[in-house]
Structures are given as C-alpha cells and as structure tokens.
Write a protein that binds this ligand. Structure first.
Ligand code: AMP
Length: 430
C-alpha cells in the first residue's frame, strides 16, 4: 500500500499548477527572497529556533484558553523522558525563550530578528488553512518607542510592495495596556449581557474564556450583535493612547495607508497596545483572508520569567503570500537558458567543463546526461522551456564550434564553443 501525505501538510514542488501557486517552489523562492531583501534593509538578523519546544512554553506564552494551544497544538510525550513536547504553532514564544535562555539582553538589550520556517496547527482544513504552514516574520525586542511599531508596519508594507501583492489592506487596532484590556473586556461583557442567546455556541463559550474573540467571530449573527460595540481605542489609558497616536502619526508621515478595525483583537493573549493584520481581499472571504498579523507584546518576556522587555513583531503566511503573488505575476519561469544534448561520448566528455564554465559566468544550464537519441533529448529541452539548445558531439568537439538553436523559432547560429556565453542572449528579447 502506498503511503500518502498527512492531511493538511503539503509538498512544495516545481511542478505545481497555477491553481496550486501556494505550493510552487518558484513562487516560494520569489516570496522568501523578497522578504529577506526587505528584512536586510531594515537591519534584521536571521534566527532559527527549534521546531519542537516544551508544550508548556506555548501554554504560558499564548494562553491556555486560546484555540492555538487548547485545540490545535500537536503535543506528544518526550520519548524516554517526562516532558510534554509540542510542534511549534508560532514563532514568537521560541524566539523569546531563546532570548532569555541565552541571556542575550545582557549583551545588547535591543535585538532585531527575522525568521522563516514551518508552524503546525491542527486546524480544520480548508483553502489557505493548513496544518503545516510556513511563516516569515520579525521579532524586535527591547524598544518601547512607537517608532519601532511604525518601522515594523512599514516593513510589512514594503514586503507587500516588493512582491506587488494585490488588494492587501493594513488593519490597525490598539488593545492598550493590561489594565485597559481588562477594562475593555468588562465593557464588552456588559455590552453583550442580554445578547448571549443571539451568539453562536462557540461565542457563548468564549464569553467565559476569551470574550475578546467574540469580536472576530465570522458568524453573521454574532457580527450583527457586536456591530455597535465601542472600540477599544476609545477608552485607552493616557500612556497607551499617546502610543497609539504616535503610531498613527508615524504611519501618516510615511504615507503607509491603514484602516482602523475594532474587531482586530488577534487570537493570542500576549498582545498589548498595537495590533495589526494584513487583510488580503482577493483571497476570498472569511477568516482565512489574513496574509499576516502581529503587534506589540511588551509583557511576554516577563511572563516567561525575564525582566520587563518591550517587544513587537509579526508573522506572514508564506502560502498565502504565494497565492497572492501568483495572482498578479503568474508562475515564474525557471527554465534553463541553455539545454545541452549529447550526441556521443566525445560530446559527453567536452560537456562537463563547458557547462561548468557557463555556470561560473552565471548562466542557468542543464545537460541531458542520459544521452541516447538527440531528438528525444531536444524534446526534453522543449518540455523544460529552455531558451536555447546545443547538440554536442564528435564534430563540434573537433571543430570547436557548435550550433546554438533558439527554441522558440528554431533559428540557429553557429558559434565558437569557447564563446558560447555571448550567444545566450536573445536580441529580440524573451
Ligand atoms: P497568526 O499567528 O495566527 O496571527 O498567523 C499569522 C499569519 O500566518 C496569518 O495571517 C496567515 O497568513 C498565516 N497562517 C496562520 N495560520 C495558518 C494556517 N493554518 N494555514 C496557513 N496559513 C496560516
């Protein structure tokens, strides 16, 4: 019996179709490359933390009552040990654990980190929602100034611009400081008192465990009940209010467009003050339309046993960025510039040094080492979408010259093998 992949866990392959752009290796390379260029401009340095951490780290950091911990975490007992381990559902908790464990704050209280890697959540599977998915993001520790929030938001915007993503909107909210948040939860509870019956079953349970989540329920009935609820930014304490105003002023100064969204409470307990999401309008409706999200988590380092340390970060979903990118750009061409067919053993011997020299000069070259019928090899050149092909055999080796064929129209040019690189340019473009 053949063994299939696990539900919700996907292969990323060069052969994925346009409909499967979320899993196309070439689109992935574009998305990750663009993000890394932007990270670098903002002077963020890459970190990689383990995929497996103690489950208790996520329970403490994210909150026991969150869906991510309570319902979706892949947890399992350590083999031969007594710890409960978990596949990481997000990147922030591990980053903060590393920050504390390595005592990095003592050396330099300011850390600017970026990361890219797989996350795991046992969610109900649907389009754009997977059980293994990849996030790229940043964590900036040690700075309380609102300009850092602005910088992180501008960085998100720059990734969107760099990738030319369509229809991505920045949504912004502030949950304030813990006291503001607690007061807002109380406001929300009294607003919803008497409306319980009209909420969905899940929201009725949330009223007890995590009332803020009622605000981002996608159920139309629940949304109608919360339509008139006051926004959390209307009742911020003076410090959080000033912070929020400075974030907004900074975004305006940089002409980063955003929309205030009182429903944006984010799923995780650790957020305070600024929270944001990148909403992708062209991915379809529903919860799965967020391309990224993040915010401030000033209390998290302390919650995990460290000194008070302000911090801000975000994560974007790579599969969703890929789907958006392919909507406007299609699938990238990863075809070879030159495809070399081998006519005989003399050609085979000459091919290796020849293609290595071309590669050294930066060209993308493939050889059909299978040899055999030249026609068959050239069919493969076609299939690979190669720009040019060249057949290499005894005659070419002896004369030091060969015919470079432009695949799109079959036009042939005779060139010296030593000067092959110069002929890999199509004067008519393409
Ligand atoms: P979160 O940590 O839930 O705020 O997620 C940040 C981003 O990761 C989201 O905006 C999505 O783009 C992506 N993401 C979260 N969960 C999933 C999932 N199950 N499948 C695919 N992408 C996801």
């Amino acid at each position: 019996m053949k063994i299939a992949s696990v539900k919700g866990m996907n292969d990323v392959l060069p052969t994925a179709s346009a409909e499967e752009a979320s899993f196309h290796g070439g689109v992935w390379a574009e998305v990750v490359g663009a993000a890394q260029r932007v990270f670098s401009r903002y002077a963020f340095d890459e970190i990689r933390t383990p995929i497996v951490e103690e489950a208790a780290l996520f329970a403490r950091a994210l909150g026991e009552s969150t869906d991510v911990v309570g319902k979706e975490m892949y947890a399992f007992p350590e083999r031969g040990g007594d710890k409960l381990l978990a596949l990481r559902p997000e990147g922030t908790a591990g980053a903060v654990r590393a920050f504390l464990e390595k005592g990095l704050g003592a050396n330099d209280p300011v850390q600017r980190w970026c990361y890219f890697g797989p996350m795991f959540r046992h969610e109900r599977q649907q389009k754009h929602r997977y059980r293994q998915f990849y996030q790229l993001g940043v964590e900036a520790l040690g700075v309380a100034a609102p300009e850092l929030d602005v910088e992180v938001l501008a960085l998100c915007r720059d990734i969107v611009l760099e990738l030319e993503l369509p229809g991505v909107e920045l949504r912004l909210n502030s949950l304030g400081d813990p006291a503001d948040r607690a007061a807002y939860v109380a406001t929300l509870k009294s607003f919803l008192a008497g409306r319980e019956e009209k909420l969905c079953g899940e929201c009725r349970a949330r009223l007890e465990k995590n009332p803020l989540r009622v605000l981002d329920c996608k159920n139309e009935g629940c949304r109608a009940q919360t339509a008139e609820v006051p926004a959390s930014w209307e009742s911020l304490g003076p410090a959080a209010k000033e912070h929020f105003e400075r974030v907004r002023a900074g975004l305006d100064a940089l002409q980063v467009p955003y929309v205030l969204d009182k429903r944006l409470v984010r799923g995780l307990d650790y957020y305070c003050r600024t929270t944001f999401e990148l909403l992708a309008t062209s991915l379809g409706s529903g919860q799965q339309t967020a391309a990224g999200g993040g915010g401030r988590y000033d209390g998290l380092v302390e919650l995990l046993g460290g000194p008070p340390t302000p911090a801000v970060g975000f994560a974007m979903g790579v599969e969703r960025l890929c789907a958006l990118r392919a909507q406007v750009k299609g699938l990238p061409k990863t075809a070879p510039e030159l495809f070399l067919a081998i006519a005989d053993e003399a050609g085979r011997a000459r091919a290796l040094p020849l293609v290595q020299a071309l590669r050294k000069a930066g060209h993308r070259v493939e050889v059909d080492w299978r040899g055999g019928k030249v026609g068959k090899q050239l069919n493969r050149a076609d299939k690979r979408g190669a720009k040019f092909s060249l057949v290499l055999g005894q005659a070419e080796v002896a004369s030091g010259r060969g015919k470079v064929k432009r695949m799109r129209d079959g036009a042939e040019t005779e060139v010296a093998l030593d000067a092959l690189a110069a002929s890999l340019v199509d004067p008519e473009g393409n």
